[in-house]
Design a protein around this ligand. Sequence first.
Ligand SMILES: [Ca+2]
Length: 483
Amino acid sequence: MKLKKILGVSSALCLSASLNAGAQAQETNQTVSEQLKQMQQQFEQREHELEIRFERKIAAQDEVIHSLQQRLAVMPTNSPPAATAVAPTRSDVPDLIKELSDKVAGVVEAQKKVLPGEFNPAIGFVGETVSSYHSQSREKTGSERPGGFDVWARSLELNASASVDPFAKAWIVVNASADSATGESAFGIEEAALQTTSLPGNLTLTAGRFFGEFGRLANIHDHELPFVNRPLALDNYIGGESRSDGAQLNWLVPAEHYISVTAGAGNQFGGDSPNPNSPGNKREFGGLNFWGRASTSFDLTPGWQLEAGASGLWNPKTQDRGGALVEPDGSTVTEKERRLAGLDVKLTYVPLRDNQFKSFTWGTEILFSDNNFLFDPNGIPATGDEFRGNVNALGLYSYASYKWSRRFSAGFLFDYVQNAQNHSDETQAYSPFVTFALSHWNQLRLQYTHTERSAISGLKSDNAIFLQWAWIIGAHSHGWSQR
Ligand SMILES: [Ca+2]
């Protein structure tokens, strides 16, 4: 049974992780206080810089005001004393007054605006190219990219973010991906959302187009993944990134321990292709997607941290997400209700000292899909042979990654997924990878992936090698943090 193999791999990863955890048990309290001290120092330094800048500005303005005052003080001595109460007799006085009032207006205007680019958002660009070799052709792997040698500008991403006002911030991410035939890259809006910053009760509302919170890696962009490709279970059950047009409310539970609870609703959940949500002629309330997540984290020792979460997604009345899928025997499967649950865990080791040079991550997510489908054995609608039924399917991914120097890290990813439409169709993949960070903004990754597919899928097993190169210019709000 394949499940046995999966559990073996997962528990081996877990065992080695917990052995390391015991060894690091002494460092914890010291680490937290050092981190806090560091944060406080950074904050104070920033505050100090701002103070200096502000003081310089004020000093410059004071100088201008002082010189204007001096000129004003000189003016009455040139005029007869009686003239001060009546209209000025000298012909150039009105001109001088106008000049002075213009200068004062200029100073007032300058005080209103501190920096010329103050209202510009922080802008950044990410370029990502994936070069690969696949041993099988596209029709045998089911991929959108060709087999053999390929170079793909997978992600060309422009992002901008700024404060809207004291109560909200906003960001936008537009992304293009090169077409395999034409090489053309058309920009599409991946995210454009507003997030409150000052709601009472530890609440944060996000609205617009954004990546909804589900599990650990569904809501991050491709180039931020800790390995080259999105886990198979996320691609199959969510449909790539967890994009939605809607709203999401987060509540940071006011307890000493970190507990975060999120709930959201939106018109879709998952990328637009290849999983478009058909809106139908008149969408019911149940035609929307509803999702939620609760997560928490624990400090096992000063260096070791455990994060755990549970997520759920429900689309009570799916029209036909992804359209009617035609099986090899001519029958069709149409999704009518979508139900997905997930459990995730991440164990990280980040030492208090030398944390730029050394770290360890073990992450696992298990997904349970239980969708309701309309099955049509003869593939011809409304002939009376159609019936409804549920399909249970299980998917998971588990990876461990170790960083041993500022630039190098390496890891292993295991993937397993049962097709959401047919759980007898199983796929497994094994991917060792090495990451070389030239700098924080420039990163190379080499990965080998062996994929095993069931005969029932009509696809073949294959071997592939990937070289991923990603770089960032300008601001980047969602950087390469430890995932
Ligand atoms: Ca039929």
